[in-house]
Write a protein that binds this ligand. Structure first.
Ligand SMILES: Cc1cc2nc3c(=O)[nH]c(=O)nc-3n(C[C@H](O)[C@H](O)[C@H](O)COP(=O)(O)OP(=O)(O)OC[C@H]3O[C@@H](n4cnc5c(N)ncnc54)[C@H](O)[C@@H]3O)c2cc1C
Ligand code: FES
Length: 281
């Protein structure tokens, strides 16, 4: 049975920097020693709204990159879209502010033991966990290609930085304002074939993860998908974040994406049943 990430710790983090980048904020938090346990795919749960806030639930954010420096100690980088009350509060925190965080949470991406051809696909802020993953895969000798997509160009996070992190980067926007017009799946079959892709890592909206799974399955390519199902507790207690997942025998059960994920084997998730009643499983 899955349990909370054993390395998780609650710490008071300091905002080292908070910069607006397109539609997002790049926020760097100093978290101390716990950074050593943070892996690509793990997430951080942040208490928002200050001490007297009525926003009781922590908000989850993917860890984009980590670093250790003599000046700031262990830091984590986040890419935050300010859309609701909690994320807007976080994006308003200036340098030197303190926030209460729990990290690392969740299961990280699995990394191949031998060099492989990897394709990383991010939708919107779903690109966040892929940058640190790209660094790790490249350090292991993998070829790393990346495809990013969003509704428009302002929602593609730091495209130049993305380009530097990988062997090749393709961008798709629905309105054609950056890269090619279309979706991340528009040329996926041909990219898989041309690049000899052996493993796909993805993060983004459920519909995107479902569409990638279908194409990955057609090509027999492993697909690790990081799901961003709404989470309340983030530590396996409340069952808010459950997803229908089938095992090797085809038996479907509800898995908690905060502790059994957020990284899941795409082909094991029953995407069509997400959000539906569990009766008849
Ligand atoms: C694993 C994971 C990784 C993620 N990574 C990223 C990322 O890298 N970047 C990013 O931008 N987003 C990320 N998200 C999404 C992010 O968690 C949500 O955008 C964030 O929770 C939104 O919070 P909000 O308060 O701004 O939005 P809201 O929509 O206002 O609230 C979000 C949740 O909090 C609840 N809530 C709202 N108000 C209150 C209240 N007063 N008291 C209690 N609960 C309340 C809502 O019911 C809802 O469930 C990730 C989510 C997950 C699960
Ligand atoms: S968020 Fe509470 S069990 Fe996953």
């Amino acid at each position: 049975m899955s349990t909370i990430n054993k390395a998780a710790a609650q710490v008071t983090a300091t905002v080292i920097s908070n910069k607006r980048v397109g539609a997002y904020h790049q926020i760097i938090l100093s978290v101390g020693e716990v950074v050593r346990h943070c892996r690509p795919g793990n997430f951080i749960a942040i208490q928002v709204g200050g001490e007297s806030s009525r926003m009781v639930l922590r908000r989850a954010f993917a860890i984009s990159r980590t670093s250790e420096s003599a000046q700031f100690g262990g830091t984590v980088e986040l890419i935050v879209a300010p859309h609701g009350t909690g994320s807007k509060w976080l994006c308003a925190q200036g340098e030197g502010s303190e926030v209460d965080v729990v990290t690392p949470l969740g299961k990280p991406f699995g990394v191949p033991t031998e060099p492989a051809n990897a394709l990383l696909i991010g939708g919107g802020y779903g690109s966040a966990p892929l940058f640190g993953l790209a660094d790790l895969l490249k350090s292991r000798g993998c070829r790393v290609d990346m495809v990013l997509g969003a509704s428009n160009g302002s929602k593609i996070y730091a495209p130049m930085e993305g380009k530097r992190s990988v062997n090749s980067l393709k961008i798709f926007t629905e309105d054609g304002s950056m890269g090619e017009s279309g979706r991340v799946t528009s040329q996926l079959s041909s990219i898989i074939e041309e690049r000899g892709v052996e493993i796909i890592y993805s993060c983004g909206p459920m519909a995107m993860l479902k569409a990638i799974t279908e194409i990955a399955d057609q090509h027999g390519v492993i697909h690790q998908a990081s799901v961003e199902e709404s989470m309340a507790c983030g530590i396996g207690i409340c069952m808010t974040c459950v997803l229908p997942v089938k095992d090797d025998q085809g038996v479907i059960s509800m898995k908690r994406s905060c502790i059994d994920g957020p990284v899941m084997d795409g082909s094991s998730v029953c995407w069509d049943l997400v959000g539906k009643s569990t009766e008849g499983f």
